[in-house]
Write a protein that binds this ligand. Structure first.
Ligand code: FCB
Length: 468
């Protein structure tokens, strides 16, 4: 039932309301499998998984949830849940095995089938172009460190836009650029496993340039496109009262929260980054980065607690205070930080917000009756969705919420040891079992009387006036 509230003359609708978009998210490498079928090339994650000790239990994306073969069943599950939208990513090496040059028709047609299946069930497809699986062939040419990638990414965006743009209107350029640059090129924890200051700063700048250029490409190739990027954003609290930790937290926040949204929206880097990126910048770059987008995509799980460290950003993750509750994998549960983040984004960026990832890992087991009673996930989702409702009530323009994730899947360096799904996956026999949280989410959506948000983000004139 829609409720209205008046905030300083600005009328807002509070979730649940009929226009609010409820969805779930996944990504190509984490679920598809079929890693070497029908012409798909290697991605940096295939290579990384082969390196001993990189991924827990030596797991890989070779089979994952075999979504490549089970997509129809997975779409039927989404329909049963009542999802209004599904966010997935395209595997760049599935459609362009070498990252550039000849396209791979069987790879392209897999996404045709997926999109058609979604549309047939009334589920809006949201495509993310890049969820970390860079073609290995491009990494061998320097990957995100090579400025030529801006053109390669634009060509890839054009291919995707032209192929699917009649049926899909929602496109995101990147998922969590701060994570894949920092972890992949700065700390060396994720693929491609590089830990070098110059590599990190080059990658940050080239990803930003690729974002802006791809936005132009998508606008040119997709009629009525609704575009954005997906950023991870959360408060970075110092772990202790020491001055060192306070400085570290601030510095870390620059990389985590600002390295991408700031230049993409305001056309400049923040203080420390500006100096480090200057050597890789050319005239005109900042204007090319700061292209108009239609919405702000947010991924949020918990706040960070940061401590000083001698690493290349002078900061790393520390422990949260003892009284902060945590999830099964130790991530702090602080719904108030989610509410505050939404309000902060609303104030800073003045764009409709879509929460494109939120959720939790839990120790999910199948009980003797064949059910998965993931009560801790239900409690987490309820608390976070309530916090989002509070932000909306206070005026944040939040238009949709997507759970991470539809299915249990390959959780990067944790392999299959962490389960984030609403749906349990028995990887041995590829059986799907909707968990109690799936039923809870489905009931929640039904109670909200789901309907699709319009593809255009244009707000009524009175709302624009109130926001400026
Ligand atoms: C996010 C990633 C996503 C998944 C969740 C748990 O950082 O975007 O792929 O790993 O965390």
């Amino acid at each position: 039932m829609a409720r209205n509230s008046s905030q300083g003359g600005r009328r807002v609708e509070v979730a649940p309301n009929p226009g609010f978009l409820w969805g779930a998210s996944t990504s190509s490498f984490q679920i598809e499998g079929a890693a070497h079928l029908h012409g798909r090339g290697d991605s940096i994650w295939d290579t990384f998984c082969r390196q001993p000790g990189r991924v827990k239990n030596g797991d890989s994306g070779e089979v994952a949830c075999d979504h490549y073969h089970h997509f129809a069943e997975d779409v039927a599950l989404m329909h049963d849940l009542g999802l209004g939208a599904y966010r997935f990513s395209i595997s760049w090496p599935r459609v362009l095995p070498s990252g550039r040059g000849a396209a791979n028709e069987p790879g392209l047609s897999f996404y045709d089938r997926l999109i058609d299946a979604l549309l047939a069930k009334g589920i809006e497809p949201w495509i993310c172009l890049y969820h970390w699986d860079l073609p290995q062939a491009l990494e061998e040419l320097g990957g995100w460190q090579n400025r030529d990638i801006v053109g390669w990414f634009a060509d890839y965006a054009a291919l995707v836009g032209r192929r699917y743009g009649e049926r899909v209107k929602r496109f995101a350029t990147f998922n969590e650029p701060c994570v894949f640059t920092l972890f992949g090129y700065g700390f060396g924890w994720n693929a491609p496993g590089i830990a070098e200051k110059a590599a990190l700063h080059r990658a940050i700048h080239h990803v930003n340039l690729s974002h802006g250029t791809a936005i132009d490409t998508l606008r040119a190739s997709v009629r009525d496109a609704s575009l954005g990027a997906i950023h991870n954003r959360q408060p970075c609290f110092p772990c202790s009262a020491s001055a060192d930790d306070a400085i570290a937290a601030q510095h870390f926040a620059e990389y985590w929260n600002d390295a991408f949204p700031h230049p993409q929206h305001f056309g400049c880097y923040t203080h420390a980054l500006a100096e480090s990126i200057e050597p890789y910048q050319r005239p005109g770059d900042m204007a090319q980065i700061a292209r108009r987008v239609d919405w702000f995509g947010l991924n949020h799980y918990s706040p960070h607690y940061i401590k000083a460290d001698p690493n290349l950003v002078g900061a790393t993750f520390g422990a949260p205070p003892d009284d902060v509750p945590r999830t099964a994998i130790g991530w702090p549960i602080v719904p108030g930080a989610f509410r505050d983040t939404l309000l902060d984004i609303d104030r800073r960026f003045r764009l409709p917000i879509y929460v494109l990832e939120n959720g939790t890992a839990a120790s999910d087991d199948i009980d003797p009756t064949g059910q998965v009673q993931d009560t801790s996930r239900i409690a987490y989702l309820r608390a976070y969705i309530d916090a989002m409702g509070e932000a909306i009530l206070k005026g944040a323009d939040v238009r949709g919420y997507f759970v991470w994730s539809l299915l249990d899947n390959f959780e990067w360096t944790s392999g299959y040891s962490q389960r984030f799904g609403l749906v349990y996956v028995d990887y041995l026999i590829q059986k799907r079992i909707p968990k109690a949280s799936a039923r809870w989410y489905s009931d929640h959506i039904a109670a909200s009387r789901i309907s699709k948000a319009p593809a255009s983000e244009a707000a009524p004139p009175n709302k624009i006036a109130a926001k400026r």
